[in-house]
Design a protein around this ligand. Sequence first.
Ligand code: G3H
Ligand code: 13P
Ligand code: ZN
Length: 314
Amino acid sequence: MTYSDMGLVNTKQMFADAITGGYAIPAFNFYNMETLTAILDAARLANSPVILAVSESALKYMGDDMLIGMMRGANINTKNQVALHLDHGGSFEACKHAIELGFSSVMIDASKLPFDENIKLSQQVAEFAHKHNVSVEAELGTLAGIEDENTFGETSSYTNPGDVEKFVNATDIDSLAIAIGTSHGAYKRKSDNEELRFDILADVAQRLPGFPLVLHGASNIPQKLVTTINEFGGKMSGTRGIDTIQLRRATKMNICKINVDSDLRLGFTAAVRKSLSENPSNFNPRDYLNRARQTMTQICLDEIKDIMGSENKL
Ligand code: G3H
Ligand code: 13P
Ligand code: ZN
């Protein structure tokens, strides 16, 4: 099965349009039917292109056949501009597997390897992917928080702008994820007024004119979702995300893909906690899962409009 058989597209055209238009394509992570349909519903309602991101662990959770079954069942049309993307592929084999399964885009995350090894592995993935017309994202610099959701990012090391031209030319990748102060998870910053390193972003964008850049760990972490979680039995404190204004600013500087996973996790959890708490005798999962789905659709819609700027860009 090829990705076009499932109505999917790679990211080439959507990124070219996003760079010219000064907006970002949303990349939302999914891992089950509710998250998948919430994202697709929002993209359709907003008339926005969208990237459906699946991590290696999410793929393992769903299983190959179930994922492909859901993608087919979603009845996607190429006009909708939907890409299926492997998020944080950790090896050549993981990327090859995803490509052969029907992904239209893969990320090879070799950012923790020495520079030359990162180049070698990213180049190897790009060569294989391009034979299948699949887009490739790679990363320079590292973000904290992927393994430990409670870190604040002390271990992040920013992208060195001096490396980017050599890396992109040597690898032939289609987009580059950079580290400018974002981090994965719900505990991203030490204080509210911390700024992303726009100086690094500006330098990278100047060295790679018109080249698609990607921001990971970019969830906004809406406080109202955390408040709902805590109001209904949860326990989260010290959460902090990346604010809307900074993300919007980044979309004007060649950031044309913004990755969001944690916001939907918070929305899902808040809605389920609230629904179960308010209806203690209910034991029908379709009721609370549907609340979760509606909440996630609204989060995606809000972010498409306020952060990505990709509304009505189809
Ligand atoms: O960037 C990482 C994503 O949030 C995926 O996390 O491996 O727990 O699915 P996961
Ligand atoms: P968040 O944890 O900020 O949602 O980041 C998601 C991400 O980068 C997925 O690759
Ligand atoms: Zn990420």
